[in-house]
Design a protein around this ligand. Sequence first.
Ligand code: TXA
Ligand code: MG
Length: 333
Amino acid sequence: MITEILQINENNLNKAVDLLTCGELVAFPTETVYGLGAIGTNSQAVKKIFEAKGRPTDNPLIAHVHKDFDFSLLVNVTNDYALKLKNAFMPGPLTMVFKSKGVVCSEAVCGGSTLAIRVPSHEGTQKLLKKINAPVVAPSANVSKHVSPVTAQHVFNDLNGKIPLILDGGKSQGGIESTVLDVTGEVPRILRAGLITKEMIESVVGVCEIAEHKETDAVRSPGVKYSHYMPRCLTLRFTESQKEQAKGVYKQAVEKGQKPIILCENKFIEFFKEENYLDLGKTAEDVASNLFYDLRVGEDTADLIIVIEPSGRGGVYEGVLNRLCKATKKAQE
Ligand code: TXA
Ligand code: MG
């Protein structure tokens, strides 16, 4: 199959709608990462997503809808706090998990009784969803376990020959996936940290829990149990206090004829100025925006990636660290 990359315009959006309506897959941009979509009521099309990605069939998909879509067509919205959060953060990088009405096919939710819904804010994708006026289920558009894609080229690198169309809407600015929030209980619970933080949710509804993922737990957000975001080359994580050691490992690699690269926050670039480095930026939002992009630059241009872990905690750092810890191996003390 030929995989086309097309800019978002009226013609190409219509082409995407035609493909989706015929049961094909289309990759599209969002403000977090690129998604790989199929119409959520078409089980044959949904199966193609799992095949194209090599995704475990017990990891459910998020339904993407336009901003005026009536959620009650798909789910039971039983909690007032969920409506408040919807008004506050949608469209945007928040996904909420509700009790499903079963309209979206069981393949998409892996036989479960809940459905995750998200309203992406990307303008071009809003237009696509408006034209379709149906739930488009979509995971991140990477091969399973690989780093999530934040450009059309990243999607192409992973899925060339497996899907007919990638809509190109530029680099995803958010850079890490949406916050996944369970809103079926008394209080909201974060299942996956992201750009909508615990603090932001609390500021609207007063309280927000964070789900702890222990080995013994019945897993609430199945995705969290899988290894994820792994670059194609060895990727080591050092803390700030290990930065001398990181430099040593870098130098050893160079001596062995390897091509290492360092990913670090802006405040460390003075320290690593003699080395080959990528600047992750100054704020937690910068690091989120650059992390997957730079991990992909790293795997394309180097054979060892060394990441200096941000020391900041709370807020967006929680989502950043969650991704970083899954993408990297902790360096030995
Ligand atoms: O930003 C995002 O969320 C991106 C863009 C494309 O929208 N999508 C994304 O999808 O990251 P994916 O499939 O890579 O991750 C979805 C996460 C997984 O951890 C999955 O287990 C969880 O959401 N999830 C999906 N449906 C769920 C449900 N009904 N209950 C609990 N967790 C669910
Ligand atoms: Mg993913």
